[in-house]
Design a protein around this ligand. Structure first.
Ligand code: SF4
Ligand code: SF4
Length: 468
């Protein structure tokens, strides 16, 4: 198995001075920028749009905290389904492992919400204050009406995006069609108001102020990604052999004869980088794999009439002159586990029972009822997780002579949870042992083979003359 490749600056991250400086990114155009805009637009559409969808007269995706139910289109999940959380997390983890081993930090560069919101905030910055040099100039300029206007416009738009983001997020937990009017009329509950305020602040700070520092200092993924990359992982790299020696050149000069490589040392790759690094120093932990430097350098290469790809997606093996190797044991291993986990998860979701029955024996061992029988009391809890009405016959089995005292039928509406008391009695002479296992059955009417069963204990004295 290939060794993980070296990622620079893991140890010295905190002391890199240029990272703590404000990064002024330059705008650029290119294939990967268009890809990222497409991915970001899809993410925003899903995030801001899904919350407004309706399904069967209710919000399609809603984590209803008060009812302790999670609706996702036609499925409803209950706290009892929390066991599914483990396979879901394992699928996500192996999906990320597979993606990282195959193509480095593509998740960070294209789909991570932190990056998507950061790029959106950077776009707002550009339309409010201008491109890189104008922003630098504005920051250095003394306070003026124009400066106040531009800064207010930027922060106002940032806050607007943050508020909409926060309200949408809270709308996945409290019905959005009730939440928005209640916020607009200042009638929202304290909890909802607090979380809207909290997520507004978090979005504003993360995407507006902290930006790449979240990726560098707060995200654990960036820390362990280096141990996952190997010599065949696709990462964004500068082709040193082709680029060096770097340097400016006059047009018409035979630069190769002068000992120069293809890098004209224009710094464009550094100026577009949202984390402010120079990819020519090698793969660094700060690199979020956004490919901005690829687009920037390709446009320079095109202008110079050179071949594009001086900075490109490549592997350490390919850069060293060997052929690119995509299929390898590590990638196949992660892929196989991922597929197995997706199949297991799908099976677990598809086969989870849509109606559940729990029986709890009430406190107290037994009592003698007015008919002189030994009686035990129970509480039955039935949950209908399906979207159909269900009607069940209630019965109890265990030994001869058991009598059920309580409802013989239960009706369950879609999504209904029913808790009801029930007693079981027996004539004193019918008891053979003092503790017997019994089973409660719910049999769906018209479908005798569709039963739910839950067991409990029946207790009573063997001595019929004992005082109860
Ligand atoms: S953009 Fe390309 S040519 Fe310009 S400095 Fe970076 S690597 Fe060199
Ligand atoms: S080095 Fe290139 S790919 Fe990495 S973060 Fe900077 S611009 Fe993006």
């Amino acid at each position: 198995m290939s060794k993980p490749i070296q990622v620079h600056n893991i140890e010295t991250l905190e002391v890199k001075s240029h990272i703590s400086d404000k990064v002024y990114t330059r705008s650029f155009k290119g294939v990967f920028r268009r890809l990222r805009i497409g991915g970001g637009a899809l993410l925003f559409l899903l995030y801001f749009g899904t919350v407004w969808l309706t399904w069967n007269q209710r919000q399609a995706v809603l984590w209803d905290l008060s009812a302790k139910k999670f609706h996702i289109f036609s499925s409803t999940f209950w706290p009892q389904d929390l066991v599914l959380l483990s396979p879901i997390l394992i699928v996500c983890a192996f999906g990320l492992f597979f993606l990282t081993v195959w193509a480095g930090r593509v998740w960070c560069g294209y789909t991570c919400p932190q990056s998507a919101w950061m790029w959106a905030f950077m776009w707002v910055e550009k339309i409010s204050e201008g491109d890189r040099n104008q922003r630098k100039k504005l920051d250095r300029a003394p306070t003026s009406l124009q400066k106040v206007y531009k800064k207010s416009k930027k922060h106002g738009l940032w806050l607007l995006i943050s508020v909409v983001t926060a309200v949408t997020f809270v709308g996945y937990f409290a019905p959005i069609r009730e939440l928005v009017p209640s916020l607009l009329t200042f009638q929202a509950g304290e909890l909802a108001t607090f979380w809207v305020f909290f997520f507004t602040l978090a979005t504003y700070l993360n995407a507006g102020w902290l930006r790449e520092k979240v990726c560098l200092h707060m995200c654990p993924y960036g820390r362990f990604q280096s141990s996952m990359l190997d010599k065949d992982s696709l990462v964004i790299s500068y082709d040193v052999a082709r680029g060096e020696a770097r340097g400016a050149r006059s047009s018409g000069l035979d630069y190769k004869a002068e000992g120069l490589g293809d890098c004209v040392d224009c710094q464009m790759c550094v100026q577009v980088c949202p984390t402010g690094i120079d990819i020519r120093d090698g793969l660094q932990m700060e690199c979020i794999g956004c490919a901005a430097c690829v687009d920037a350098c390709d446009s320079v290469m095109e202008k110079m009439g050179y071949e594009t790809g001086l900075i490109r997606y490549t592997s350490e093996r390919e850069l060293s002159g060997e052929p690119l190797k995509i299929v390898r044991p590590r990638l196949v291993g992660y892929g196989a586990v991922l597929i197995a986990m997706i199949i297991t998860l799908t099976w677990a979701i598809a086969s989870r029972p849509l109606v559940s029955l729990d029986v709890a024996k009430d406190r107290g061992l037994y009592r003698l009822n007015t008919q002189g029988e030994i009686e035990n009391s129970y509480t039955l809890k039935v949950i209908n997780k399906s979207h159909q009405n269900r009607r069940y016959n209630v019965s109890v089995k265990g030994f001869e002579g058991l009598n059920l005292i309580g409802p013989a039928y239960v009706n369950l509406n879609p999504g209904e949870q029913l808790t009801f008391p029930l007693s079981v009695s027996v004539a004193p002479g019918a008891l053979k042992v003092d503790v017997t296992e019994i089973a409660f059955y719910l049999t769906q009417l018209g479908q005798n083979d569709s039963s739910l069963m839950s067991t409990s204990r029946f207790t009573g004295p063997l001595d019929n003359h004992r005082k109860y």
